[in-house]
Design a protein around this ligand. Structure first.
Ligand code: FMN
Length: 144
């Protein structure tokens, strides 16, 4: 098994309601548990940021499925690489609604989000900064 993570951003086809997000998360968690995929999902102002972790072939196939999902578009793969260990081992899919204030508090990202930019414009360096903020446990309690 080659442990891999895939990070991508996308734009929702239409704004997600709380109940639509809940439905999506329930679906993700049930399916991911079956294929040993973990990760986290952020939703903000109509854009998604998701990290998927698991065996490379499983993660690649899942990404293709997700990328063709009509509930979102502009699916942009930011990172696909081998990792030493999972950052979200205990989440079949962690979710956080993360506020503008919380984003503004991440060193290295505050200027970016203050300019009104979205996840879609993050790029690899900033995506890693965001992921690391989560890894360090900043929102671990609110993720569940
Ligand atoms: C933003 C977003 C994130 C998603 N994340 C996952 C996920 O982590 N795991 C998963 O199985 N499906 C996820 N899905 C749903 C898949 O796109 C797809 O609907 C689901 O896997 C069912 O596929 P199937 O009908 O081929 O079984 C996500 C969909 C969207 C729009």
């Amino acid at each position: 098994m080659e442990l891999t993570h895939c990070i991508y951003c996308s734009a929702s086809a239409k704004p997600f309601t709380a109940s639509e997000l809940k439905t999506l998360l329930d679906e993700c968690r049930e399916k991911n548990a079956k294929v040993d995929v973990t990760g986290m999902l952020l939703y903000r102002d109509g854009t998604f940021f998701q990290a998927l972790e698991g065996d490379r072939s499983v993660v690649e196939a899942l990404f293709e499925t997700i990328a063709s999902d009509k509930r979102h578009n502009r699916v942009t793969k930011v990172i696909l690489e081998q990792i030493e260990q999972r950052a979200f081992a205990s989440w079949t899919m962690g979710y956080s609604k993360i506020t503008a204030k919380e984003l503004a508090d991440i060193p290295g990202l505050n200027d970016f989000f203050a300019q009104g930019k979205s996840y879609l414009e993050l790029g690899e360096g900033r995506a890693k900064t965001l992921l690391n903020a989560f890894k360090e446990g900043k929102w671990r309690l609110s993720l569940a």
